[in-house]
Design a protein around this ligand. Structure first.
Ligand code: UDP
Ligand code: MG
Length: 313
């Protein structure tokens, strides 16, 4: 049997792009004679996305549609797509056509080379705006450094991987899944393809700055030990410094200097700083406790309300 490609696409308010996404994907893959299924997961969109997905699925059974019961977030939607995919090669793609479907055959050709399990794309262009590009790069290099995975800063969501990577991904059962940093910590043999990225047409990103910040914090807390290390190192440095300071005071006292009472400002600063440190520490602990609590509940990552062209959930 010929191998099938599963294209995983989370959809959140992307109604304007879906018809074109389908048409361009189908055209590119038919031309290259690639057998595919296009899995569109409606992640609680508030626009006409689901209606359009239903029409596409009615017209072509290669379109597999899932409608989640509400908005669960991009990564939960990706999980849903992955868990319902039946292919042996996979492509993960955004629904807003910033990733060009015409590049899929190129990614697959790279994936087919011996020794390649994951093919990442490196974004070039896309006019994201200075601030966004800078924060995005900062985030990637920070996560890369703190998880020890050293991913390139301009790595895209658009990527291809094989069955063993997909099965490995399915084994990660945590609620707080974020596929970017997760895939970088998994290992496997990777390859990179630089791709032009199209500018956003019309709609804006569904990620506000607050949402992006939340995702960054979640990735850092879930996939790195940096927060604990920071706490430990700053805490112990402050202890050492205060011991050194104490020694200095004792020496001063023994030598008969009495310059101490003027140190009130220093004292206030020190006390405030230490209270701040303790509160930061508590905050970090609380973040971990919340994550542990949420993992212990072990709730489902998403609920499927309706499925088309798929075995019922
Ligand atoms: N997305 C989703 N649920 C969300 C937010 C986004 O499924 O709550 C999907 C969205 O439909 C798109 C992908 O995640 O396919 C990336 O979102 P977007 O293009 O808005 O983000 P950006 O381009 O800023 O990375
Ligand atoms: Mg986008």
């Amino acid at each position: 049997m010929a191998s099938t490609l599963s294209i995983l696409v989370p959809v959140y308010n992307n109604a304007a792009f879906l018809q074109e996404l389908y048409a361009r994907t189908a055209a590119a893959l038919t031309e290259s004679a690639i057998d595919f299924e296009l899995i569109l997961v409606n992640d609680g969109s508030r626009d006409r996305s689901w209606e359009i997905i239903r029409e596409l699925a009615a017209a072509d059974t290669r379109v597999k549609a899932l409608c989640l019961s509400r908005n669960f977030g991009q990564h939960a939607a990706i999980s849903a797509a992955l868990e319902h995919a039946s292919g042996d090669r996979f492509v993960l793609m955004d629904a807003d056509l910033q990733d060009r479907p015409e590049l899929i055959p190129q990614l697959l050709a790279e994936l087919a080379k011996p020794g390649h399990d994951i093919v990442y794309t490196l974004k070039e262009g896309g006019e994201e705006g200075m601030f966004r590009r800078m924060t995005s790069r900062a985030f990637h290099s920070f996560v890369g450094n703190s998880t020890g995975s050293h991913a390139a800063a301009n790595i895209g969501t658009f990527r291809a991987f094989n069955r063993s990577v997909a099965s490995a991904l399915l084994n990660y059962r945590e609620r707080a899944v974020v596929y970017g940093p997760l895939m970088h910590t998994m290992g496997y043999r990777t390859a990179f393809v630089p791709v032009p990225r199209d500018a956003r047409i019309g709609s804006s990103s569904s990620y506000t700055f607050a949402k992006r910040l939340a995702l960054a914090l979640q990735s850092i807390v879930s996939y790195s030990t940096l927060p604990q290390k920071l706490l430990l190192w700053t805490g112990s440095s402050i202890c050492l410094l205060s011991i050194a300071y104490l020694v200095a005071i004792i020496v001063q006292y023994l030598l008969g200097y009495d310059g101490l009472p003027q140190g009130l400002t220093l004292l206030v600063v020190l006390v405030l700083f230490l209270i701040g440190m303790v509160m930061v520490g508590l905050g970090v602990l609380a973040a971990y406790m919340f994550l542990i609590y949420r993992e212990i509940l072990d709730r489902p990552r998403y609920h499927v309300q309706q499925a088309i062209n798929l075995d019922s959930p």
